[in-house]
Write a protein that binds this ligand. Structure first.
Ligand code: SAM
Length: 291
């Protein structure tokens, strides 16, 4: 029976051997629960033909399981202190490449073409550092990487916002941004107790399957996202009021109402009641008016 990294005892042993002190500023909460790891792997949609990309391997708990269950793992780690530890803990696996880089700075496209074979199905699997979950995820989605899915452990509330449907408390611009690129599902909630050290918040495993095409046609993606954000700027305000504020330098309230009427969207509704299709209509109407 191999002695996997993801147990409290083995993790303590490794941390003591290297006198490793956690950096809270890097979101270092390491997984020490084999069952949760098994669930992440089970949901990740990977097999021995898959390429996998991990963000933040830590001391290698998830990396080890990815090495066992996929063809090849590439893991980006920002903390130099973890490099000698990973060399030791993952030494027996020959299918792992550690890239010492901030994922936000990384050229992931070129890392993919260097490390995986053309056409190989690639999946991102990670227990993300909480302090930059959204920037990391939006980078990975907006760069149009050739990956099939992302299975990520993140803060529970953030996972709920990413997967939320219209008319729910969690629905907002983040839901639209994530669901524009993926089908999003929360597949499991995870208590704080599976991490060392324990964070202050609970977590969830979020499964994101990349869409082949966006679900709506927009004239300009940046413009679309800016209209979505403006519509949620003040959640209690009506759509018309949020948009009037957003366009205050170019349109008066009457013009905003007129554009809303043209596309048959009631300006007294709140942003949280609009689905993605309606946001696309809204953005395209304002975009065309500006051309
Ligand atoms: N995968 C490990 C596990 O599950 O036990 C560690 C996960 S821990 C929540 C997050 C990891 O991300 C840490 O190893 C941290 O050093 C690393 N990290 C933080 N910011 C990063 C960044 N910008 N780029 C790459 N890695 C980062």
């Amino acid at each position: 029976m191999p002695k996997y990294i993801a147990t409290p005892n083995r993790t303590k042993e490794i941390l003591a051997k290297y006198k490793f002190a956690f950096k809270k500023s890097l979101g270092q909460n390491f997984l020490v629960d084999a069952n949760v790891l098994e669930n992440i792997i089970g949901h990740a949609g990977i097999d021995k033909h898959s390429g996998t990309i991990e963000v933040g391997p830590g001391i290698g708990a998830l990396t080890e399981q990815l090495a066992i269950h996929s063809d090849k793992v590439v893991a980006f780690e920002i903390d130099q202190r973890l490099l000698p530890i990973l060399k030791d803990t993952l030494g027996e696996y020959s299918n792992i490449t550690i890239v010492h880089q901030d994922i936000l700075e990384a050229d992931v496209h070129s890392v993919i073409s260097k490390n995986f074979t053309p056409g190989q199905p690639i999946h991102i699997v990670a227990n993300l550092p909480y302090y930059i979950t959204t920037p990391i995820l939006m980078k990975l989605l907006r760069e149009d990487l050739p990956v099939e899915s992302l299975t990520i452990m993140i803060q529970k509330e953030v996972a709920e916002r990413m997967a939320a449907a219209p008319n729910s408390k969690s629905y907002g611009s983040l839901s639209i941004a994530v669901q524009y690129y993926t089908h999003a599902d929360v597949v499991m909630n995870v208590p704080k107790s599976v991490f060392m050290p324990q964070p202050n918040v609970d977590s969830s495993i979020l499964r994101l399957v990349k869409r082949e095409h966006p679900p709506v046609q927009v004239e300009d993606e940046d413009y679309f996202f800016s209209i979505v954000q403006a519509s949620f700027a003040q959640r209690r305000k009506t759509l018309r009021n949020n948009l009037t504020r957003h366009f205050e330098d170019i349109y008066d309230k009457g013009t905003v109402s007129e554009i809303l009427e043209e596309i048959n969207i009631d300006g007294t509704r709140r942003g949280e009641s609009l689905n993605m299709e309606e946001f696309a209509q809204l953005a395209n109407a304002f975009y065309q008016r500006e051309q």
